[in-house]
Design a protein around this ligand. Structure first.
Ligand code: HPA
Length: 282
């Protein structure tokens, strides 16, 4: 089995991006469903559609803009992915996580991940924010891990540890910023499922028994690849809906609901992330 992308290909993409901007981002930011608006705060932005970048897939999901926004946010040079890739779109996990490695080759050392997630913890409500402290890579445990295949030693080791994936210093910073701004911030475990189906009630009950607080269709592959490559990772879930655990309950989750809730949460997420970015420089 060959790696889907070679080190040279990641470098071609990294050089193509750096060749089109004077910014030299050190922090990467991946925006989840409905959270695109955060990119509008980027100053002196260079905007690069994914379709113009070597090897980048094209984002096919509504609510995912599909471009890189490179510039300054809270005084920090950032590379923002306005829209991400998901396995359920039909992309391999190597393609899904390609931008993470490209950012690493560009010099990005800190990756901030955001997502829309279903609340599994009964104390969570739509509109809440959750700091991801740990994950259950359920799809990964079933053989769907982005690091399957030949290891690229230039990025990291064959058998990466996962106990320190979500960098403690960044988690502490996020908690401090939340406290300072009186922003409620849950902490918990995020579970990655491939999607595109939402969970059945029995699956939601199973996830809760396993220790999951939130569930979604992204983030873990990117966090795994970033941690493998030695990057610091901070990840925040926006709880866009409460996962339904009861047969014959009224209503059902929809993508429209997820997007609408995401838009509602953006101001608080923005406040949290701008505080974190400012704090990174101290
Ligand atoms: N399940 C999975 N992914 C999601 C959900 C959900 O309930 N909400 C937003 N993304």
């Amino acid at each position: 089995m060959k790696p889907q992308f070679t080190l040279q290909q990641y470098d071609v993409a990294a050089d193509a991006i750096l060749g089109q901007t004077a910014h030299r981002p050190t922090v990467g930011l991946i925006l989840g469903s409905g959270l695109s608006a955060l990119a509008e705060a980027v100053e002196q932005a260079t905007i690069l559609p994914y379709g113009d970048l070597p090897y980048f897939p094209v984002s096919t999901v509504e609510g995912h803009a599909g471009r890189l926004v490179i510039g300054n946010l809270a005084g920090v040079p950032v590379c923002v992915m306005q829209g991400r890739f998901h396995a359920y779109e039909g992309y391999s996990l190597q393609a899904t996580t390609l931008p993470v490695r490209v950012m690493q080759r560009m010099g990005v050392r800190t990756l901030i991940l955001t997502n829309a997630a279903g609340g599994v913890n009964p104390n969570f409500a739509a509109g809440d924010l959750m700091l991801i402290e740990d994950h259950i890579n359920l799809a990964g445990m079933a053989g769907f891990n982005p690091l399957i295949g030949p290891n690229l030693d230039a990025f990291g080791t064959r058998f990466p540890a996962m106990n320190r994936t979500y960098t403690r210093r960044l988690r502490d910073l996020a908690k401090a910023v939340a406290a300072e701004h009186a922003l409620p911030l849950h902490r918990g475990v995020y579970t990655f499922l491939s999607g595109p189906t939402f969970e059945s009630p029995a699956e939601v009950r199973m996830l809760r028994m396993l220790g999951a607080d939130a569930v979604g269709m992204s983030t873990v592959p990117e966090a795994v690849v970033a941690h493998h490559a030695g990057m610091e990772v901070l990840a925040i879930s926006t709880i866009t809906n409460v996962a339904i655990d009861e047969l014959d309950a009224e209503g059902e989750p929809t993508h429209e609901e997820v997007q609408a809730a995401g838009a509602m949460i953006v101001p608080r997420l923005t406040q949290l992330l701008l505080g974190v970015l400012a704090g990174l420089q101290k």
